[in-house]
Write a protein that binds this ligand. Structure first.
Ligand code: A2P
Length: 254
């Protein structure tokens, strides 16, 4: 599995399974199928209410814990007690550390103290890397003013119809890796005629084209699916290359 180096020195697999809105048995199955298909990166959050099932599937997969990159996130209602929330996530996951812990959503003026606590979890080795999600430039700049440790990633919604190039460039300048969630536009882009036509040219599905667009940009892609077949399909993106022209077309669809 291809990886990117984070500013923490750790490596992140460039393709991961997103698990938002996948709960209970479906979350367990999806996680297990993903690992069987070769994914080594699972993205969850306390908000998703599936940490227990995701953690159990990781354990049952039989793959060494150190081989699987696990992300979870702190929801703003827990900003008053980040450590407690983190420990509760660890317990549900059945893990003794996570690879990446994110502030799930910014809340104006609340971040400095919260980020300090994530920095402490990082220094203690409990969260190997720390980062943010859904941060715009303003929130990121504010956090960077007082941060001792720079966020390793910013996880944002990112597909050709939701592409904030200014924010992406800013993150790259700061050494912050971009993670794309909802790379398929929640599935709504899959029948877009221009994408259907372009994907057919490569003998690939639109989902594969969109995931590949993320990867060629150097972003982590986090497609989500409850189907074993589609989970495997979304992984089959390493045998083709989108041309420079088509990359440009995808970049400018918005
Ligand atoms: P399903 O779970 O039934 O596979 P996003 O990651 O952009 O949020 O998109 C997720 C949506 O896209 C889900 O509804 C998922 O449905 C669907 N989906 C994921 N992968 C594929 C695929 N390869 N082909 C078609 N639909 C997909």
């Amino acid at each position: 599995m291809r990886e990117l180096k984070l500013n923490s020195g750790h490596y992140i697999p460039i393709l991961g399974l997103g698990t938002w809105q996948i709960k209970g048995q479906a979350a367990y199955d999806a996680t297990l199928w993903a690992i069987e298909a070769g994914y080594r990166h699972i993205d969850t959050a306390r908000l998703y209410a599936n940490e227990t099932e995701v953690g159990q599937a990781i354990k049952d997969s039989g793959i060494d814990r150190g081989q699987i990159f696990v992300t979870t996130k702190l929801w703003p209602t827990d900003f008053g007690k980040p450590r407690q929330a983190f420990e509760a996530s660890l317990e549900r996951l059945g893990l003794d550390y996570v690879d990446l812990y994110l502030i799930h959503w910014p809340r104006f003026n609340a971040e400095t103290g919260v980020w300090r606590q994530l920095e402490t979890l990082n220094k203690e080795g409990l969260a190997k890397s720390i980062g943010v999600s859904n941060y715009g430039r303003r929130n990121l700049s504010k956090l960077l003013e007082t941060a001792e440790i720079s966020p390793a990633v910013n996880q944002i919604e990112l597909h050709p119809f939701a592409y904030n190039a200014g924010l992406v460039d800013f993150c790259h300048e700061q050494g912050i890796v971009i993670e794309a969630y909802s790379p398929l536009g929640h599935g709504s882009l899959l029948s877009e005629p221009i994408l259907v036509k372009m994907a057919a040219k490569y003998g690939k599905s639109v989902a594969q084209l969109l995931i590949r667009w993320n990867l060629q940009h150097g972003w982590v892609s986090l497609p989500k699916s409850k189907s074993g077949l589609r989970i495997a399909e979304n992984m089959d993106v390493f045998d083709f290359e989108i041309t420079v022209d088509d990359m440009h077309k995808l970049d400018t669809l918005t």
